[in-house]
Write a protein of this length. Structure first.
Length: 316
């Protein structure tokens, strides 16, 4: 029996211009859905009021259209529909799975510095559970952060591309935030609730989110939500071997677009850098035939000076 058509999504955060790493993940997610007559949704993850700018949402929509990627229905603007996120937070709180926290980032950092044995997870701070051990009396005008009471257990799951994974969130990050002190629901909770509401059953995204997946599994379990299938894509690295980031403005899609680069050359690079056969220029729609996400290379993709030069020479 053929697997049923997937529902997947593109979920950009409008915190900066999209770069080639996004182009590649979004193209592969789109091809995965469209080559199997599946659905693809667009969600704008704009809950972080400080970092998200409406200008970057318009830019992202223009970049996606330029790449030849479409989506089903209207884009879901996360900040315009927060009631279901708030009720998930209320559910976790009433179950005793979440508690309010008044620690500032500086206090958490200082605590970690005082206990050198505390583990770190990348640039995320480990939270030692300080407020979880207290009964806080919250003044009416104070908005606390909310943290998930992270069970002390290993979380293992299978990723369709990255293979078997094991994490231990309570040791790596501790009781992680699910709502912030500015009142915004945090990424980990928002993504779990909104994917489930939209019926997303296959998630295609960058391998930098593998550790987050373990946290999301714990939240799905606590909320009684189904687990989707995960396809975490190898990252794109530059000549220095470091992951491409939004700050690498030179590789912003908007800039390539402004310089008249042929988007078919970007699609061709995204395929070739994933170890797939591709002509020098190809549209996303043309690349659908015979596409299989399971066949992409597992090594990181490269985008350096030589690749940039090749793209810049490929004018529309
Ligand atoms: N909005 C997230 C990002 O841009 C993606 C989240 C996800 O795909 O789960 O990194």
């Amino acid at each position: 029996m053929l697997p049923s058509p997937p529902t997947t999504r593109l979920a950009p955060s409008p915190t900066g211009p999209l770069h080639l790493g996004h182009a590649r993940s979004f193209l592969l997610a789109w091809l995965h859905a469209r080559s199997r007559s599946g659905r693809i949704l667009l969600r704008i993850e704009d809950l972080d009021r400080e970092r998200c700018k409406p200008h970057f949402t318009s830019l992202a929509l223009a970049d996606l259209a330029w790449l030849g990627l479409d989506w089903d229905g209207e884009p879901h603007i996360q900040s315009a529909d927060t009631a279901p996120l708030e009720s998930a937070l209320a559910q976790l709180t009433s179950q005793g799975d979440a508690y309010p926290c008044l620690c500032s980032r500086a206090e958490i950092a200082a605590n970690v510095a005082r206990s050198p044995s505390a583990p770190h997870a990348g640039d995320e701070l480990y939270y030692p559970g300080t407020c979880g051990k207290l009964t806080l009396r919250l003044p009416a005008d104070v908005v606390p952060a909310w943290r998930f009471r992270c069970p002390d257990e290993e979380v293992s799951f299978n990723d369709e591309l990255a293979g078997p994974q094991r994490f231990h969130p309570s040791r790596e990050v501790g009781d992680f935030a699910i709502a912030r002190r500015d009142g915004a629901i945090a990424y980990q909770l928002a993504v779990v609730v909104d994917d489930a509401r939209a019926g997303v059953d296959e998630i295609v995204r960058g391998a930098d989110l593998l550790p987050s997946t373990a946290r999301q599994i714990l939240l799905q379990r606590a909320l009684g939500l189904p687990h989707p299938r995960w396809w975490h894509l190898p990252l794109v690295v530059g000549d220095d071997g470091k992951r491409l980031a939004k700050r690498d403005g030179g590789f912003a899609l908007a800039e390539l677009r402004a310089r008249g680069v042929d988007p078919r050359a970007v699609v061709a690079w995204a395929l070739a850098s994933s170890g797939l056969d591709a002509p020098e220029r190809v549209t996303a729609a043309e690349a659908c035939g015979g596409f299989e996400l399971a066949r992409i290379a597992r090594a990181s993709a490269r985008f350096g000076a030589a690749e940039l030069e090749r793209l810049l020479a490929a004018r529309a």
